[in-house]
Structures are given as C-alpha cells and as structure tokens.
Design a protein around this ligand. Structure first.
Ligand code: CA
Length: 233
C-alpha cells in the first residue's frame, strides 16, 4: 500500500515484536509510532491521532483491555489486538470492549497486512458515500435494500433471521464478530442459553451459501471467539 502516509501506533512491551512490526510497517510506507506501556500508548493515541492501533494486551502498567476502553472514550480508530495464543477470553473481552480484530502471536506479515487492510477500509469508508445497498464477496451477492441473495447468479432464499444474521456479518465483513455481539445484534440479547441458536443458524446459512459447508470459504469459525465473513474479490 503506497497510499498517503498512514500512521500506525504500536503499543507493545516486547522489543522483538516491535522490531518485527517496525520492519514490516516501514517497508509498507506506514508512519510508525511506538509505545511500550499502556499509559504511553493512550497518550500517543490522543496526541497523534493514528489511523490504526496495534495493541498488545499484556502490558507492564495497565491491562490492554483498559487501554481499549480509555481510547474508545474519544475515538473509533481501528484497534487490532496482538495476543498470545490460548487466551480466548482476553480476545473476546477485547473485542467486546471495542477492539476491531486480533492477531495471534506469532503471526505472519501476510496476516498482518490482511487485517490492516480490512481495518483501514472500515476506517476510510466511514462517512463516505460508497454503495452500501449491495454487498459482494466471491460468488455471494446481497442486495441489502431488496433483501435478496444470490450465489453464483442463483437466487437463494433466506429466512428473516438468517438474513438478519447475514446483515450483521456484512456490517463487520472481514472482521471477527464475537458470539456475544451476534446474539446481541441479531436476537437483542446475549444470554448464553441463546448460543445454540447461533450455531444452528450459522449451520443453515453455510448450507445455503457455501460451496462446501463442512469447509466454509465465507463464514469462517474463529475457534472459541466467533465468526468471520471473509471478503473475496
Ligand atoms: Ca506483552
């Protein structure tokens, strides 16, 4: 991406990870600012107004979760959590607190680039007049206003709940959506007793939309966290 200089704030106390991120981000012409503590990160977020924030959760002073809550008091700048594997609950709490996505350490530059593209697209689309009445990913096409869905030019009928679930996934396309977010946005409540409905409806949607429902191309499971609608050209 050689677009106008975009600023990335990295909040991470581990020097090797900062060095890895620095090498990649500078090669992509991002302007980089770095913080090694949560407090410093919050300060730099306020003073530099970055385009994206990459945030480690395990910081020496305050918890990364606290950083998300504080930053979200004044800005919607995309926040991507960079987290150690096996801390599902941390990631879920982070997403529910307002983070946009997460990367699991160790991650590749390819993954990082993909997450940043999605985060920046969402950020740059806010307030612009892009065509929001249609959505397309791969073979799936959705007319949001007309409530119609096609897969490979073949119209597919979705029930009202399936369509609503699809709308929420489209709203967050490319990003992970937690079980709790989906339950809240589709059913209006986030009780754990509703979570089996979610599994059932995702299963149904996959059967209607996926070429191979057992190995989903579009509606991917993020183990222990939620689902992601993959954006394809
Ligand atoms: Ca750390």
């Amino acid at each position: 991406m050689s677009s106008p200089e975009l600023t990335v704030l990295v909040i991470e106390d581990e020097a090797p990870i900062r060095a890895f991120l620095r090498a990649f981000l500078q090669s992509q012409n991002y302007k980089l600012i770095e913080a090694t503590t949560g407090g410093e990160g919050i300060g730099l977020a306020a003073s530099h107004n970055p385009d994206v924030i990459l945030l480690d959760l395990g910081l020496p002073d305050i918890d990364g979760l606290e950083v998300i809550k504080r930053v979200r008091e004044w800005t919607n700048t995309p926040i991507i959590i960079i987290s150690a594997r096996g801390k599902e609950q941390d990631k879920i709490n982070g997403l529910d607190a307002g983070a946009d996505d997460y990367l699991i350490k160790p991650f590749s530059v390819g993954e990082l680039a993909a997450r940043m593209r999605v985060a920046l697209r969402h950020a740059l689309n806010v307030g612009s007049k892009t065509d929001e009445s249609a959505f397309q990913t791969g073979e799936i096409r959705v007319d949001l206003a007309g409530r119609q869905v096609w897969v490979a030019e073949q119209e597919v009928h979705l029930t009202p709940i399936e369509f609503k679930l699809m709308l929420v996934m489209i709203k967050h396309a490319g990003k992970v959506v937690t079980h709790r977010q989906l339950l809240k946005e589709v059913w209006g409540q986030a009780g754990s007793d509703q979570s089996h409905y979610l599994r059932i409806y995702i299963h149904q949607l996959r059967h209607k939309l996926e070429p191979d429902p057992a190995r989903p191309t579009y509606l991917r499971t993020e183990p222990g966290v939620g689902y992601r609608l993959v954006c394809l050209e």
